[in-house]
Design a protein around this ligand. Structure first.
Ligand code: NI
Length: 268
């Protein structure tokens, strides 16, 4: 599938699933801003049939290359980031996977069963990245149990495969040229910011500052009926040049550890 078609479908899936994200996008457009994406993030499990490398396949086929690897000790995650070889405005792709072996037998069993129920054809197709929950309606009871162990696992068990967040490149904004200005703007429009570890993650010294809105609640059909659960969200990133004057391209594990909490509504 061509990158443009893929990008359009992925974006349409994202705003359809999460109407609040379209509202954020529209706010910036109404202010005359062009929204360029710094990165798009995906979540998966380190399962042989659906790990990072499987999700990355469609991007590798579209001129993306592996640029960085990250380990998130606290959240028990591993991640890789990819960049487009030639198109500098193409978003970075950030894919993380939950290390299943670090969790309880119960969680592993549920997730392996969930993955084994996927139609194989769908797993190996290009549209895996916006295919949603390939196992059909999830169980709310299982969701509740999972999220006590890992909010990430519970989120993935419910939503399946889709963009977890899009990230606005603050470097490309004209009026809102700092994270603080972006934060003030989205808050004044009624959005809540993820404040795990503070509203702004990272600093100019880290060469990367990020913030994110809390995921909007969306209604999902479970086997037990419809319930509201946290969906996907929007993030904002400002990058700084290093000593050689080159814009930093990587990710800060300490900051991302906290940003994973944007879908965690239950955290106190
Ligand atoms: Ni991100």
């Amino acid at each position: 599938m061509k990158l443009q078609v893929l990008s359009d479908r992925l974006w349409n899936d994202f705003i359809t699933r999460n109407p609040s994200t379209k509202k954020v996008y529209d706010l910036f457009r109404l202010e005359g801003e062009t929204v360029v994406n710094d990165h798009i993030a995906f979540r998966t499990f380190n399962h042989p049939s659906i790990g990072i490398d499987q999700i990355a396949m469609v991007f590798l086929r579209n001129n993306y290359v592996l640029m960085g690897e990250y380990r998130f000790e606290k959240k028990k995650l591993f991640a890789k980031h990819y960049e487009h070889k030639t198109d500098k405005n193409a978003p970075r792709i950030f894919i993380s996977e939950l290390i299943l072996d670090s969790f309880s037998f119960y969680l592993q069993q549920v997730i392996r069963g969930w993955i084994n129920s996927f139609p194989e054809k769908r797993v190996y197709s290009d549209d895996i990245i916006y295919s949603g929950n390939l196992s059909g309606a999830p169980s709310y009871t299982v969701y509740e149990k999972l999220r006590h162990e890992s909010e990430y696992a519970a989120w993935l068990y419910v939503h399946g495969f889709c963009a977890n967040h899009y990230t606005v490149s603050v470097n490309h904004l004209k009026k809102f040229n700092s994270i603080q200005k972006v934060n003030d703007f989205v808050k004044s429009n009624g959005f809540l910011l993820n404040d795990t570890g503070g509203e702004i993650q990272g600093s100019p010294v880290d060469l990367l500052e990020q913030s994110s809105i809390k995921a909007g609640m969306i209604k999902v059909k479970f086997t037990e009926g419809k319930f509201e659960v946290p969906g996907c969200f929007y993030e904002f990133a400002r990058r700084y040049p290093d000593n050689d004057g080159k814009l930093y391209n990587g990710f800060i594990t300490k900051s991302a550890d906290n940003i994973f909490d944007a879908t965690n509504f239950y955290k106190k």
